[in-house]
Design a protein around this ligand. Structure first.
Ligand code: ADP
Length: 325
């Protein structure tokens, strides 16, 4: 498979902090890859290194076969970037902004206006194109940023938290547009800490933690790698201190992948695959309840649910840092 982006053994430190510590993965042409991880995982450092704003200490990044360090200008020609903080100039109109952007990416003058209008149409901004950007909604601004990033027909579009701060509807609308871009042949690298966003959009997810890649696979494979269910139990809050160890012991009898407990939580969970192990032929949650009773552990609830991408991330990184979604 042809890679539009290839990252090999990327290292970058800021003083004592190793922001990237041997990161490697690839993005194929027309693929959508989500870069998942909490704040501080190294996502932005990696994106700055790909977009040539920063240089790696060691390792290599190529975009469409071009080494970003050796020929940053050629590499940038293949890349589009839409950041979290909107770079839009508030006093310009949408169309003026597109023309400005066309100049920045050195499009031929004769092409700029047509391309600008075409993209504004494409992202549903034709009606608003002569209005000042200042008056645009959050969703419109994000769409204009996307349109601007597509001005020079990049083969790879890099997005940093594309839907943060958007309401439900604007978020869905943006996702739809990103899926359309992918269908039209643009590869996407999407940095996000929104697991749902990664699940909806990504062909594969790269799970980053502390400057390293903790796992790469399709969202489905990452989830099913855990087992088919998450069995969870919750203690009465007032008994948490005394019973937490008992609850842990209780789950120790259940075969499966232990989920890292949330700090200060009265919950415990394990990823399991029912059927592989026989629990006396009873449903697992019922088995757990009875087992708890026999061990005198008082459970407030017992439940089964399907594993999420967030479960897969937490299991892979054993990260007890609370992930903000
Ligand atoms: P993310 O985008 O996943 O939140 P970052 O790449 O921003 O992660 O940060 C990774 C680590 O590198 C963090 O510990 C952060 O504090 C540190 N870091 C990032 N940029 C700089 C910088 N310019 N100077 C010093 N430390 C930095």
């Amino acid at each position: 498979m042809d890679s539009i982006l290839l990252i090999q053994d990327a290292h970058k430190s800021y003083g004592e902090i190793q922001a990237l510590n041997g990161v490697g993965f690839s993005v194929a042409a027309k693929e959508v890859v989500a870069l998942l991880g909490p704040n501080g995982a190294g996502k932005s450092t990696l994106i700055r290194s790909i977009t040539t704003l920063e240089q790696l200490d060691a390792g290599q990044i190529t975009v469409a076969g071009v080494d970003v360090r050796q020929d940053p200008r050629a590499a940038r020609g293949f890349l589009g970037y839409a950041g979290q903080e909107s770079a839009l100039d508030k006093v310009l109109t949408g169309l003026e902004f597109m023309r400005f952007q066309g100049g920045l990416v050195h499009l031929p003058k004769a092409e700029i206006l047509n391309r600008g209008r075409e993209l504004l149409e494409r992202f549903g901004l034709t009606e608003a194109c002569d209005r000042a950007i200042e008056g645009y909604s959050g969703g419109m601004k994000r769409r204009l940023d996307l349109a601007a990033a597509m001005m020079h027909r990049p083969k790879l579009l890099i997005l940093d938290e594309p839907s943060s701060g958007l309401d439900y509807e604007a978020r869905r609308e943006l996702w739809q547009m990103l899926l359309e871009l992918r269908q039209e042949g643009t590869a996407l690298l999407l940095a996000t800490h929104d697991f749902e966003e990664a699940d909806v959009l990504a062909d594969r997810a790269v799970m980053m933690s502390h400057g390293k890649v903790a796992g790469v696979d399709t969202p489905n494979a990452l989830r099913s790698g855990l087992g088919s269910w998450i069995l969870s139990g919750m203690l009465h809050e007032h008994r948490v201190d005394g019973d937490r160890d008992a609850l842990r012991d209780l789950f120790a009898d259940v075969p499966g992948v232990e989920m890292p407990p949330a700090p200060q939580s009265s919950e415990f969970a394990k990823a399991i695959t029912p059927g592989r192990e026989d629990m006396d032929g009873r449903p697992w949650s019922e088995w757990l309840r009875q087992h708890a009773e026999s061990k005198r552990v008082e459970l407030v609830s017992v439940g089964m649910r399907r594993p999420t991408l967030q479960d897969a991330y937490l299991a892979a990184t054993q990260n007890t840092v609370e992930v903000v979604v």
